[in-house]
Design a protein around this ligand. Structure first.
Ligand code: PMP
Length: 405
């Protein structure tokens, strides 16, 4: 094949005899081939498998983001998010971006120079929030649980009373450890001491009980690619009236236009005012989120949570049958939709995960401090199914056995 690079004609763009300084390039060979997307059972920490009803919506024709039909779809999404977060918060919408964009949106709006930030750290996600605050020049105090454990709520309440933070961060389900942090009464302590309460539910929403209003949460964010079984790309988020009051009374404007909650809230129709252009919503991903919320509304949010809880029991029992142990010892502190499993002595976790992958099934190794110690098995949404779970554990056990031969 002759490269088109050498076939470049002498083009005159500004006049006779002046050659274009722009070279032409051969197209990348890889892009001339079909894309390879093998079927895969996604039992890692996310993304999870997409439900067919959700995948189908993604190929629907695009609408303009200001067309009335799309505005209606956005309104439906807001109702669905209020339903799954269990909140009446007006400012409930989805940030265009993955789970991290929810975290960044929450923090750039709720923190301003001079504020104090308390982070409850039960794994990587507390560290990530602290890191972000450091980048923002905010004073951070961490209260850290030993690996595989939660921080006792009494300790959190005491830290709030002593440190008097402006904002408290808790990750409800830490995907690096598989720990579910109890949240009850933290919101009361925040109200008592003038703090706002921020919760990450990226890995937990729909898979373990959560109720923003009952828990007195001021801001909660999540993501679409875990229990919701939609593709990554949107971060559902909700701000309480207290949170919005703080944002409206900031001394300094929010440093990010893209994440400005007041602007985003207007764009999503939360303020009842005339809608202003903010950005171009990722139309197909919003369709997918609507389909995901419709699926969860049809099942019922409490029924979804119960199913994840019941199937977690199936997972624990099957692990036991195969001589495998959960990493989180206290069963009450295990996140039902993401289970961490101890890697047995002498077993190479990577080889085992690799073997499973060649069999079409993904599970993941540890993350951050848990690398090498655990596997992480996500059983999100449609993957929270007893037969699928038994098959995954059987494959895991078989892969461990094959390795040690
Ligand atoms: N928080 C938690 C608890 C998570 O598990 C993740 C993703 N694994 C994130 C935040 C970040 O989400 P994303 O990868 O979608 O940006």
């Amino acid at each position: 094949m002759i490269s088109t690079r050498f076939l470049r004609p002498s083009v005159s763009i500004f006049g006779f005899g002046i050659k274009s300084s722009m070279s032409s390039r051969a197209p990348p060979k890889a892009l001339l081939q079909d894309m390879v997307v093998p079927p895969r059972q996604l039992f890692g920490p996310g993304p999870s498998n997409m439900a067919d009803s959700i995948a189908e919506t993604q190929s629907r024709n695009l609408l303009g983001h200001l067309h009335p039909e799309f505005v209606q779809i956005m309104a439906d999404v807001r109702l669905g998010l209020q339903y799954v977060f269990k909140t009446d918060n007006k400012y409930t919408f989805a940030v265009s971006g993955t789970g991290h964009s929810g975290m960044e949106c929450a923090m750039v709006n709720l923190l301003e120079p001079g504020d104090k930030f308390l982070v409850v750290e039960i794994g990587l996600w507390g560290q990530r929030a602290a890191d972000l605050a450091n980048r923002m020049g905010i004073e951070v105090k961490k209260i850290t649980a030993p690996q595989g454990q939660a921080v006792p709520v009494e300790d959190i309440r005491k830290a709030i009373a002593d440190y008097k933070p402006n904002l408290v961060f808790v990750c409800q389900g830490d995907s690096s450890t598989g720990v579910a942090q109890p949240l009850e009464t933290i919101g009361d302590a925040c109200r008592e001491h003038g703090a706002l309460f921020l919760v990450d539910t990226v890995a937990s929403l729909g898979g373990t009980p959560f109720a923003a209003d009952d828990l007195k949460v001021d801001c909660v964010y999540s993501a679409t690619q875990k229990v919701l079984n939609a593709p990554p790309g949107l971060a559902p988020i909700s701000f309480s009236d207290r949170a919005m009051e703080k944002i409206r009374n900031r001394k300094q404007r929010v440093a990010s236009f893209y994440f400005d909650a007041i602007e985003l809230g207007n764009y999503w129709g939360c303020d009842g005012e005339l809608k202003r252009y903010h950005h171009t919503a990722p139309i197909s991903t919003v369709y997918a989120l609507r389909a995901a919320l419709s699926a969860i509304a049809k099942e019922g949010i409490d029924e979804s949570i119960q199913r994840h809880k019941d199937n977690a029991q199936v997972l624990y029992a099957t692990l036991k049958k195969h001589g495998l142990e959960p990493f989180v010892v206290d069963e009450k502190l295990r996140l039902p939709c993401l289970t961490t499993v101890k890697v047995p002595e002498g077993v190479d976790w990577k080889d085992v995960a690799g073997k499973m992958m060649t069999n079409g099934t993904e599970i993941a190794g540890g993350l951050g401090a848990t690398v090498g110690k655990i596997w992480r098995i996500g059983t999100f949404g449609i993957n929270s199914n007893s037969t699928k779970i038994e098959n995954v554990v059987e494959l895991l056990s078989k892969s461990i056995g094959e390795k040690s031969k």
